[in-house]
Every structure is written in structure tokens, then in C-alpha cells.
Design a protein around this ligand. Structure first.
Ligand code: TA6
Length: 285
């Protein structure tokens, strides 16, 4: 992997658990990315608290999903629904991606481009840029001779001081599928999304920028996106989190997922030869 290192800004290393990760260290930010899943597990702009939540009990082992950071969800979101068996949220997050290129941009951002080999589904490419913003671009090209339908998400776990005091704006007046209430379709009225119990909702037909408001840490996490018609908001709350072996005690209070994706009604269909790019740009204000 050393051919992809960029001095002290980017270096690849093997972990005791048998994985390979990239460690990013620049004037603008610290970061970390695992090649398994092309999974960003850390992004901390200089002088800020970590922006991404990571469970203290997350597994880091071959074939195991990581709890926190930004899992890449593809080619299905949630349970597999094409009649075949497969783990929740698709294969991308536990597959080893291949580094295609690394680069230091003129502004000093570390850029990593990785590919997911084609298997049951067409391959994908993820481009991640670590700087004062964190930018992810997930591109899928249909190399099959038949139309290809898929779901995807950048399943971002954000770190917050206290979920009870956190709110998310940008989803007002959207319809969402409430996965905690039998997939009922509901309208998010004019108010921000707040979590007061288990929250698991797929907001449909929304391209808007979302903002996570954290009054305790006095910061906003701004998530701007393109090529994404769904935004998913999730917090497992106490009972469900208590049943997760890879979630530290009480840590559900320090996270909220605000995910940019295309799921359910917003699944993408690509004709042969066509491609689609989903991007999310994250910054702290
Ligand atoms: O995006 C929300 C969600 O689909 C929830 O339903 C919840 O299951 C979460 O993702 C995490 O899924 P995981 O398979 O990582 O436990």
C-alpha cells in the first residue's frame, strides 16, 4: 500500500485486527478510513471536536460491520428485498475496496479514490476528500446489459453532545416512512426533526441541505448533498441500543444518523451504460 502514501499527510497501515486503514493528518484536519467498506471512521477539522460518532465497542474485524463513522450502503438499504439472502444494508460496507489513486489537492486536501469490485451488482467508486470539509462521492455505473435497480446511502453517524437537545432542520414539509411504526407514511410538519424515542425515518423526495443543531457543543453540522432524493434520520434509543453488542453503554445519546441516499421510492434505476453519482459534503459551522 505504501505507493499510495503522501508523506505525513496520508499513510496506510495494518491494524492488529487484520484490517488496513488510511490515517490522514493535514493542517486542516485529522481523518481515518478503512479499506474494508471504504469506511470513514474519523474526520476532525483542526480545533474542532470529532464530527463523526464512533462506538467505543465497535468491531474492527474482517467481514464485520463497523458501528459509527460513515458506512457505505449499497446495493440495498435495510433488509434485502429481492428474495435472496444477504446482510442488512448490502455488501459494500463489509467488502474490501481497492485503492485506485490518492492525491494531495492544491488546497492541501487528501483525496482517496477507491473501487468496489463488481460481484452480484455492478461495481462502485468512492471518492473521499478530507479537508476543512469532508466530501464523499459515490458513483455507480451500470455495466450490465439489463437495467439495474439499487438503493444506496452514506450512513453518516454524527457526534452530538446530547440527543435530547439535538434537532435537524431541512426536512420540513417532507413525507417520511416511519420504520418504527409499521412503515406508516407521515408528514414532517414545519418543525425540525427531534428524537424523543427510537427514531428511524426515511424522508422521501428531498434534496435539501440538512443541518444538525447541537446547542450544547454550540455547533452545527451542515450536510449538503446532490444526486440524493432521500434523507434518513436514525437514533436507536435506549432499548434497541442496549441490545447491540457493538454499542457502548449510553452512547446512543451521543449520536444521530443523518444519511444522504436513495432508498425505497427513491431507488435508482440505471439503463445499461448509465451512471449515477451521490455526493455529500459535510462541514461544521
Ligand atoms: O438507517 C437506519 C437503519 O436502517 C436503521 O433501521 C438501523 O437498523 C440502522 O440503519 C443500523 O443498521 P445496522 O445494520 O448497522 O445495525
Amino acid at each position: 500500500m505504501q505507493q499510495f502514501d503522501i508523506g505525513s499527510a496520508l499513510r496506510f497501515e495494518s491494524t492488529p485486527g487484520g484490517l488496513v486503514r488510511a490515517v490522514i493528518h493535514t493542517a486542516a484536519a485529522e481523518g481515518e478510513l478503512y479499506l474494508q467498506g471504504a469506511h470513514v471512521t474519523q474526520w476532525t477539522p483542526r480545533g474542532a471536536k470529532p464530527v463523526l460518532f464512533m462506538s467505543s465497542k465497535s468491531l474492527f474485524a474482517p467481514g464485520k460491520a463497523v458501528r459509527g463513522g460513515i458506512p457505505v450502503i449499497y446495493p440495498w438499504f435495510g433488509a434485502r428485498e429481492d428474495g435472496k439472502t444477504g446482510q442488512a444494508h448490502g455488501v459494500a460496507r463489509t467488502t474490501l475496496w481497492t485503492v485506485e489513486a490518492t492525491r494531495l489537492s492544491e488546497s492541501g486536501d487528501v483525496e482517496i479514490t477507491m473501487t468496489l469490485p463488481a460481484a452480484e451488482a455492478p461495481g462502485a467508486r468512492l471518492h473521499v476528500s478530507f479537508g476543512t470539509t469532508l466530501k464523499l462521492e459515490l458513483e455507480v455505473r451500470n455495466e450490465l446489459s439489463t437495467p439495474f435497480r439499487y438503493e444506496e446511502a452514506l450512513h453518516s453517524y454524527f457526534a452530538v453532545a446530547d440527543i435530547h437537545q439535538t434537532s435537524v432542520t431541512g426536512l420540513e414539509q417532507t413525507t417520511y416512512i416511519d420504520k418504527t411504526d409499521g412503515l406508516a407514511r407521515k408528514l414532517q410538519h414545519e418543525e425540525p426533526v427531534r428524537c424523543a424515542k427510537e427514531t428511524d425515518q426515511v424522508h422521501l423526495n428531498t434534496a435539501a441541505t440538512c443541518v444538525v443543531h447541537d446547542p450544547v457543543w454550540q455547533r452545527m453540522i451542515v450536510v449538503e448533498k446532490s444526486g440524493s432524493a432521500s434523507t434518513i434520520v436514525w437514533n436507536p434509543w435506549s432499548e434497541k441500543a442496549g441490545g447491540m453488542a457493538d454499542m457502548g453503554a449510553g452512547e446512543w445519546q451521543n449520536m444521530i444518523c443523518v444519511e444522504s441516499g436513495n432508498a425505497a421510492d427513491n431507488a435508482i434505476t440505471l439503463v445499461p451504460g448509465a451512471s449515477h453519482c451521490l455526493t455529500a459534503t459535510i462541514r461544521v459551522a
